[in-house]
Design a protein around this ligand. Structure first.
Ligand code: NCD
Length: 303
């Protein structure tokens, strides 16, 4: 049985096929409207979510299936002390596939070892978020037409930002991708990911100054400072507005820059940027539904 716990569970060939399928769904949605008839998706969200949960649910509904689940740990038996493995053994009796978000790193992986049905990691703590990465990859493919030869700026909370970690892993597999890590010292990329990049000879640089690198970027991936992962509020308050992207700061940027953000945004991108043709973050939201439709079809082995 196939699960999706880490983006590297998928080969680049499998990612290409998912993207192809998502593009076909975008063009011919009616052809997919009954593909998952009588199938059920369970969304088990032990942490807040808007896009990820609702896009999974919309994806299954648009495939003709139905959805069960919970959107907060308090409304599940986790609040009584039930283990993740018992929860998925139980939900696996009702649903054909499970999307799980959990504040503890590794929880979806543990779940996959005990689940009778495929598990999709919908975000585990400050670790990984593979389906946001599929969303980002579909967006990059549609906007830039390629995954190689790109200068990718990652800006904001690179320490706790799970979408950043998964996207770096995914893009590291393509030729001539160069990363520019833009963050305050306290929120820089975890050491284990830097070591991985170094041992794979992947070029990256680190800076605190977004404007000094703006003109070099093909993609600018902005992120929110992850308040819920801080030990103390004072540090969060000090760091939360480290970067605020405004139209003025984009003056030196390339004409075909793709400005991305997994959302939710707090203050990192001013609303003045939303009308810029280079802003892709709401396109990412829509792409997220289509790529999750493709992923559900793949994991349920529906053609
Ligand atoms: C992200 C997440 O949950 O990690 N959101 C999302 O799924 N689109 C990013 C974030 O919360 O900052």
């Amino acid at each position: 049985m196939k699960h999706l716990i880490d983006i590297l569970d998928l080969s680049t060939g499998e990612i290409d096929k998912l993207i192809e399928k998502a593009n076909d769904i975008i063009e011919h949605p009616e052809a997919y409207a009954e593909k998952c008839a009588r199938k059920k998706l369970a969304t088990l969200f032990f942490e807040p979510s808007t896009r990820t949960r609702l896009s999974f649910e919309s994806a299954m509904i648009e495939l003709g299936g139905s959805v069960i689940g919970f959107s907060e740990a308090n409304s599940s038996s986790a609040s009584k002390g039930e283990s993740v493995s018992d929860t998925v053994r139980t939900v696996g009796c009702y649903a054909d596939i499970i999307a799980m978000r959990h504040p503890k790193e590794g929880a979806p992986m543990i779940a996959s070892m005990h689940s009778p049905v495929p598990i999709i990691n919908a975000g585990d703590g400050g670790h990984n978020h593979p389906t946001q990465t599929l969303t980002d990859l579909l967006t990059i493919k549609r906007e830039k037409g390629r995954f190689d030869n790109l200068v990718v700026g990652m800006c904001g909370d690179l320490k706790f930002g799970r979408t950043v970690h998964s996207l770096i892993h995914a893009l590291s597999r393509y030729e001539k991708v160069k990363f520019v890590m833009i963050s305050p010292d306290e929120l820089c990329l975890p050491e284990y990911i830097k070591t991985e990049l170094e041992s794979a000879n992947i070029e990256y640089s680190e800076t605190k100054d977004l404007e000094s690198v703006m003109s070099t970027l093909d993609i600018l991936y902005m992120t929110r400072v992850q308040r819920e992962r801080f030990f103390n509020e004072a540090d969060y308050i000090r760091l939360k507005d480290s970067y605020v992207l405004t139209p003025e700061k984009l003056e030196t940027a390339k004409k075909d820059l793709a400005i991305m953000h997994p959302l939710p945004r707090v203050n990192e991108i001013s609303c003045g940027v939303d009308d810029d043709d280079r802003a892709c973050y709401f396109k990412q939201v829509l792409n997220g539904k289509f790529i999750r439709m493709a992923l559900i079809l793949k994991l349920l082995e529906v053609d």
